[in-house]
Design a binder for this molecule. Sequence first.
Ligand code: PMP
Length: 360
Amino acid sequence: MIERLVKEEIKRVPPYIPGRGIEEIARTYSLPPEEIIKLASNENPLGASPKAIEAIRANAGRVNIYPEAMADELREALSHYVGLSPENILVGNGSDDVMEQCVKVFLSRGEGAVITPPTFSYYKILITMYGARCIEVQLKEGEIEYSFDEAALLDAAEQAKLLFICSPNNPTGNLVPEALLREMLERDVIVVLDEAYAEFSGTSFAHLVEHYENLVVLRTFSKAFGLAGLRVGYCLASEEVVDYLARVRQPFSVNLLAQLAAIAALDDRDFLRRSVEVVREGRRYIIEQLRKLGIKAFRSHANFVLFRTDKQGLVEELMKRGIITRGCESFPGLDARYVRVSVGTPEQNRRFVETLEEVL
Ligand code: PMP
């Protein structure tokens, strides 16, 4: 009976496949949890800013009161960080949440939305969930890095109302070229530019929000700020777009402790700087070591590295030895030969490389 009652578009929604967790792997392979290294979900290997943790401790007793609905204090702090006005900022329960508001506001049933696989899987889930049409323009695999199929993308934009562009892209690590981004923005479409990993690349197109009213830049506290478990994300967009997105969000979507921790994290530039340094150094080390082993490792501007090997069952073999990486068979356009590894601490990266050598 349920099958008959469920909406057709919901039946078509593909599942979201998260990275595997430490507890699960500890149980499966009878390993002590403390010996397992998780390099599967692009989290911050340094943990979170001590200032953010202190803010949570200090305010735990205040959870009987509602948080600020629009998180005005956090938007004010963010406005200094990104160099835009608070009116250009909307916060959400992770950037996933703000992403959903974009789909709700702009995509009607049957309308086209472009994604560029292999990319973050939640875009397609959202597009399908709201009955819109997902137009897929595959990225091109190069010798050193992935790139956008510019002609195909601009062509697809003609039939679309919204484009999801991820830069640096998850899982390939490549950036969108500015000229291509501007060309898309010249069209009559909304461009949702997902910059979840921007801090690690040192580049951002957030400033273009002042020039293009159809640009929505998504950012998050889950990566460089190390607050993935708290769920705080935001977008930068024209005031008009922010007003529409605000209409469809839950009034108190970012909880009180998350707002206060995010404000404290923004105040801890030292932690942010160290996080970015550790990732850049680790990324360089991992790519260099993989290439020394004769493995094709793609250039990355994010906190992960995509590589390709012909070794069957590599992810499983690593897991048995306590290293969790992300097999990429669920990413359209990739298969089991592709593996994504998040950059960890220097010690974790070394253990990953040594274990990989052992397995190979
Ligand atoms: N965008 C991309 C490209 C991601 O990889 C992720 C998380 N893996 C997200 C957005 C979601 O981040 P958040 O935790 O802010 O919801």
